[in-house]
Design a protein around this ligand. Structure first.
Ligand SMILES: C[S@@+](CC[C@H](N)C(=O)[O-])C[C@H]1O[C@@H](n2cnc3c(N)ncnc32)[C@H](O)[C@@H]1O
Length: 190
């Protein structure tokens, strides 16, 4: 058995090539992307949110699993980085790109979501209750990079450790930590 994805979004290699050119090394890895696409397919016509667009690799994977009636709001603080994602995915009418700090975005009423892929500090290490308040019962929540990454600042490990330690005590959700790919947590809102 190999755990390489069976399918990859057609646009992914072009996104990753631009990411390499721009020196952006924080895109999700293929195994994580494949899981995102599979989970996305389990939410037909769902409302998705991604915090931390990066250059759009995760969004490409999510979009590849989403049905035609689904929609994705993806939030990124760095306009230059998000511009790469917009260039490659901007023609997909299901995707709304938001240039904002996710912390500020979380302060505004956004309706409810069926799926959250949280890839920056707000909604994960900060303001987790506010993010969870945006999830419908049964909604899925995914984070990656729980295992040490080359891109981490020196002070990051305690942040991750604290998040993982708090997981069992978070009310109304069911989480599974996974030592797989970059280290994931997949959780369901109850
Ligand atoms: C790990 S990368 C995202 C990768 C992307 N989700 C993927 O799967 O390919 C994290 C991104 O979050 C962005 N970011 C960091 N802090 C943020 C914040 N407070 N609000 C919005 N975006 C933020 C960074 O600029 C970076 O592009």
């Amino acid at each position: 058995m190999r755990d390489a994805p069976y399918q990859r979004p057609a646009v992914l290699d072009a996104i990753l090539a631009d990411a390499a050119h721009a020196g952006f090394s924080m895109s999700c890895e293929d195994r994580t992307g494949s899981l995102l696409a599979t989970l996305a397919a389990s939410k037909p016509d769902g409302r998705f949110v991604e915090l931390g667009t990066g250059v759009g690799a995760g969004a490409a994977w999510l979009a590849s699993g989403m049905t035609a009636g689904a929609c994705l709001v993806t939030v990124e603080a760095d306009a230059d980085v998000q511009a790469i994602a917009r260039r490659h995915l901007g023609s997909d009418p299901r995707i709304e790109f938001v240039h904002a700090d996710a912390d500020a975005w979380l302060t505004q009423e956004r309706g409810l979501f069926d799926f959250a892929y949280v890839d920056c500090r707000p909604g994960k290490y900060l303001r987790l209750p506010d993010l969870l308040a945006l999830l419908k019962p049964g909604a899925l929540y995914v984070v990656d990079d729980m295992l040490p990454q080359d891109t981490w600042p020196e002070d990051h490990q305690p942040r991750v450790d604290g998040f993982l330690e708090r997981l069992p005590d978070v009310p109304n959700w069911r989480a599974t930590p996974m030592i797989w790919a970059s280290g994931l947590v997949v959780a369901a809102r109850i």
